[in-house]
Design a protein around this ligand. Structure first.
Ligand code: PLP
Length: 455
């Protein structure tokens, strides 16, 4: 086993439960507030948007939550996903570090997103919902919900951030192949979209705007609900299957991570790989370093404010306490579309604030360079989002080379980049620029934070 590359779990050992970190938080999360009354929301406030089973998970403090059998049946198409030991990369870097990556790009949509899309589609179907609206940044989430809609016979309507819609025509084709509809956002289909376009007809869109459009349509019809692909507790919960599998796979080679690394857009793939290990640490287990990596052009955790804010631009969603750049923040159109969100998962923000998670930001050029270094050694082209995790891992491996330490580094290779060839084409042609958001733009958006009495 000493030269094992792929560490595989049999289907029979696929986890039967997700892990809920709310059970182990040393300090509970700040409450979610109603956008108008600023009072803590209850299940009824969220019922127009989500099925009750999902709302219960959102609020649950139960440590382990059963994965329903029909969800596990679909997961079986690609789970358990492989854990790789990056031997060729280690050799190329000449590092004593042991580099592992959990490869979520083996899912039919090419990323970690189906882990929650399948679960959310199942719960909606079980409660009689016919149609789900959603937003998508890079297109990975929209593709995943489209796939889940086909599996559970649901209509899926996706608002895709315009910059990505134009950059990635094949993502739209992917969604439509599964029977979903995909509209560039901002669009003329909603009041929120029309208001943005009236103000700025050339708006390239943002996740905050696309969320407003999807929520607006969902609340108009009784047979329609909304699904979010990141940020919320239940989404992070569904992603923990990756970390639980990785823990078992590392056990098989008698190892345990010193450092767990993931890219963060809304926080779900990072939580998925990190929370099962962080939970063990919180219960008295081994201390691990947890590194959340974000783009320098959308530096939510490293430069945002930890405050109450809206999840969307039109202010239809509840207020959550999170790291935020302000709900009006429109990041530049860099290629990691999935990392262009103004906010962050409240659980990730809270654990960062408590010091358990260390955030770090990188520019897109250094991330693409790291992604290609990885690809040329390991044979997988990472999604531009995942390149952020790759960059941090390579930096840490080089640090190990310099110090002589043999640390175990685990990162989430949360998706492949096979639909992102335009990004790689532009990078290789030298056309990509480093797009740092101007400080003025950031402070403008922060000035619009809601004032919440006493908090
Ligand atoms: C491949 C990939 N990675 C990461 C992200 C960011 O989301 P999260 O931080 O929730 O994992 C996205 C979002 O679309 C994505 O498509």
């Amino acid at each position: 086993m000493s030269d094992t590359v792929k560490i595989l779990l049999p289907e029979t050992e696929m986890p039967k439960q997700w892990y809920n970190i709310n059970a182990d938080l040393p300090v509970p999360l700040a409450p979610v507030l109603h956008p108008v009354t600023h009072k803590p929301v209850g299940p009824d406030d969220l019922a127009p948007l989500f099925p009750m089973a999902v709302i219960e998970q959102e609020m649950s403090t139960e440590r382990n939550i059963d994965i329903p059998d029909p969800v596990r049946e679909v997961y079986r198409q690609w789970r358990p996903s492989p854990l790789f030991r990056a031997r060729r990369l280690e050799k190329a870097l000449n590092t004593p570090a042991r580099i592992y990556y959990k490869y979520e790009g083996v899912s039919p949509a090419g990323s970690h997103k189906p882990n929650t899309a399948i679960a959310q589609a199942f719960y909606n179907k079980a409660e009689g919902v016919k149609r789900i609206t959603t937003e998508t940044g890079a297109g990975q989430w929209g593709s995943s919900l489209a796939l889940a809609g086909a599996m559970f016979d649901l209509e899926i309507e996706v608002f895709m951030v315009k910059v990505s819609f134009n950059q990635k025509p094949y993502r739209r084709a992917f969604m439509e192949s599964f029977g979903a509809t995909c509209t560039a956002s901002p669009s003329n289909l909603t009041a929120a979209g029309r208001a943005i376009l009236a103000d700025n007809p050339d708006s390239t869109g943002s996740l905050g705007i696309a969320i407003s459009e999807a929520v607006e349509l969902a609340v108009q019809r009784d047979d329609t609900k909304y699904a979010l692909g990141s940020v919320l507790n239940h989404v992070l919960l569904h992603q923990t299957i990756a970390g639980i599998e990785a823990r078992r796979q590392l056990e098989m080679v008698d190892d345990y991570p010193d450092m767990v690394i993931g890219c963060t857009g809304g926080g779900s793939n990072f939580a998925g790989i990190a929370f099962p290990f962080l939970g063990e640490q919180l219960r008295g287990g081994k201390a691990v370093e947890f590194i959340a990596v974000e783009p320098a052009s959308c530096p939510t955790l490293t430069q945002g404010k930890f405050a109450y804010d809206w999840g969307d631009t039109a202010h239809m969603t509840p207020l959550t306490k999170m790291h935020t750049l302000g709900s009006a923040f429109v990041p530049p159109g860099f290629h990691a579309g999935g990392l262009r969100y103004h906010g962050m998962a409240p659980q990730i923000s809270h654990l960062t604030d408590l010091g358990y998670i260390k955030p770090r930001a990188y520019g897109q050029l250094e991330c693409f360079a790291a992604g290609l270094e990885f690809a040329r050694a390991e044979g997988i082209i990472p999604a531009p989002e995942a390149n952020h995790a790759v960059k941090a891992t390579i930096d840490e491996a080089i640090r190990c080379r310099e110090t002589g330490e043999s640390k175990a580094l685990l990162f989430n290779l949360c998706g492949h980049g096979n639909f992102d060839m335009q990004a790689y084409t532009d990078y290789l042609a030298g056309k990509l620029k480093e797009e740092d958001a101007s400080a003025a733009e950031q402070s403008m958006a922060l000035a619009g934070l809601p004032s919440v009495a006493g908090l």
